[in-house]
Design a protein around this ligand. Structure first.
Ligand code: OSB
Ligand code: MG
Length: 368
C-alpha cells in the first residue's frame, strides 16, 4: 500500500463526567483524528489520544500534531509499505513520541485490514469473538459518591472495578469498599503518586486482596518497583513505566511487576503492542488492555487488540456512552453484561462519522 493523503482533525469532546486521577482532571478531551487515504482510495482511521498536559506521559495533543506533521507522516507518505509491521521500524529514528507514532500506525493497520479483506482483529491475530470489560472509576469527592458509582457499574455488569488512589485516599478507601461490597474483583491505580518511602503504607494494602496495584511509583522507576514487588504479595501492574517491548523485558528481568496494562498508544502502536502481548504470554506475565479515555476510533483499536488470546483479564475499554454524549463511530461501542462483541466487519469494524468530525473539528490539516 501507499498513502497518498493524510488529513488531521482536532476536536474537543466534552466528557459526561470529569475524570479525576492523582495527576489531574480531564473534562474536555482533545481528540486527534487521522484519516489516511491510500492510492486505491481506501481510507484508514487513527486516533491521537494524548492529553493537553504532559502529566500522564510526556506527550501532549500539541506534541502529537507537531510530530505527525513535521516528522512521522513525511516518513510514510508516498512510501510503499508491504505490511503495517514495517511502520514501527520506519519510525525507529524518531525518539519516543509513542502516541504520535501510534496514531498514524493505527490508520495504516485499518487500511491493511481492508485491503486484505479481514477484520482489524483478525489482521492483528485476534481470536476472541467477545472481550471481557472492567471499568476504571476516577477519584470522587466523597466515599459515598464513589460507592454509588461502584454500585451502578456493578449493576451494569462490568467485570471488575478499578479505583484511583492517591496519598490520603488509599488504605481507608479500600477498606471501606471491602466493608461495603465484600469480595468484588477490585484493583487500585495510583498513577505514580507514591515513592518507595511509602512502602509501609502500600504493604497495608496487602490485607485487602486487591487483584493488583497499578503503577504505584514513578513513571520511570523500574528498579524501585522491583524492590516494592519483592515486599508485596499484591501483584504490581505497570502502566506508565511500559513504553516498549524493551521496557517489558527490563521489568521482567528486574521483577518489577507481575501484570502489564497494555495500551496501544503508550507503546507506539499495534505492532509493538502485539509483540509485548506475545512476550508476556511467553513469560507468564498477565496482560490486559488499558484505556486513554479514547473516542470511538481508539476504542475500536483497543477492542481489536483485546481479541488476542493472551488478554486474560478484563480491560478498561468501557462503552462509548460511559464517556461521551455522542461518539465519532457508528454504532457506538456497547458493553453488555461486561462483554464487548468483537465486530465481524472488515477493517476497524465501525463506521466513522466523518461529517460529524468535520462539523466538530476546530482544525483540519491536509498533507499530501
Ligand atoms: O492510568 O489507566 C490509567 C485514564 C486516563 C489516563 C490514564 C489512565 C486512565 C484510566 C481510564 O484509568 C481508562 C479509560 O477508561 O479509558
Ligand atoms: Mg493506569
Amino acid at each position: 500500500m501507499k498513502l497518498t493523503e493524510v488529513t488531521l482533525y482536532t476536536m474537543k469532546m466534552r466528557m459526561k463526567t470529569p475524570f479525576i486521577t492523582s495527576f489531574g482532571t480531564v473534562q474536555d478531551k482533545t481528540v486527534i483524528v487521522i484519516k489516511a487515504t491510500d492510492e486505491t482510495g481506501v481510507i484508514g482511521w487513527g486516533e491521537g489520544v494524548a492529553f493537553d498536559a504532559p502529566s500522564y506521559t510526556e506527550e501532549t495533543a500539541k506534541t502529537t500534531l507537531h510530530m505527525l506533521q513535521d516528522f512521522l507522516i513525511p516518513i510514510v507518505l508516498h512510501r510503499e509499505i508491504a505490511h503495517p509491521d514495517e511502520v514501527n521500524r520506519l519510525f525507529q529514528s524518531i525518539r519516543r513520541n509513542m502516541m504520535a507514532k501510534s496514531a498514524i500506525e493505527g490508520g495504516i493497520w485499518d487500511i491493511y485490514a481492508q485491503l486484505t479483506n479481514q477484520t482489524l482483529a483478525a489482521a492483528i491475530g485476534g481470536t476472541r469473538d467477545k472481550i471481557e470489560i472492567g471499568i476504571s472509576i476516577g477519584l470522587q469527592p466523597t466515599n459515598e459518591q464513589l460507592f454509588q458509582v461502584i454500585e451502578k457499574r456493578l449493576n451494569e455488569g462490568y467485570k471488575r472495578i478499578k479505583i484511583k488512589i492517591k496519598p490520603g485516599k488509599d488504605v481507608g478507601l479500600v477498606r471501606a469498599i471491602r466493608e461495603r461490597f465484600g469480595n468484588i474483583p477490585l484493583m487500585a491505580d495510583a498513577n505514580s503518586a507514591y515513592t518507595i518511602e511509602d512502602l509501609p503504607l502500600l504493604k497495608e494494602l496487602d490485607k485487602y486482596g486487591l487483584m493488583m496495584i497499578e503503577q504505584p511509583l514513578a513513571y520511570d522507576d523500574l528498579v524501585e518497583h522491583a524492590i516494592l514487588q519483592k515486599k508485596l504479595t499484591t501483584p504490581i501492574c505497570l502502566d506508565e513505566s511500559i513504553t516498549s517491548l524493551a521496557d517489558v523485558k527490563r521489568a521482567v528481568m528486574l521483577g518489577s511487576c507481575k501484570v502489564v496494562n497494555l495500551k496501544i498508544a503508550r507503546v507506539g502502536g499495534i505492532t509493538e503492542a502485539k509483540n509485548i502481548h506475545d512476550y508476556c504470554v511467553e513469560q507468564g506475565i498477565a496482560v490486559w488492555c488499558g484505556g486513554m479515555l479514547e473516542a470511538g476510533i481508539g476504542r475500536a483499536h483497543a477492542v481489536a487488540i483485546s481479541s488476542l488470546s493472551g488478554f486474560t483479564m478484563p480491560g478498561d475499554t468501557a462503552g462509548s456512552s460511559h464517556y461521551w454524549y455522542e461518539d465519532i463511530i457508528e454504532p457506538e461501542i456497547i458493553v453488555e453484561n461486561g462483554f464487548i462483541e468483537v465486530s465481524n466487519k472488515t477493517g476497524l469494524g465501525y463506521k466513522v462519522r466523518q461529517s460529524f468530525i468535520e462539523q466538530m473539528a476546530d482544525q483540519k490539516i491536509v498533507l499530501s
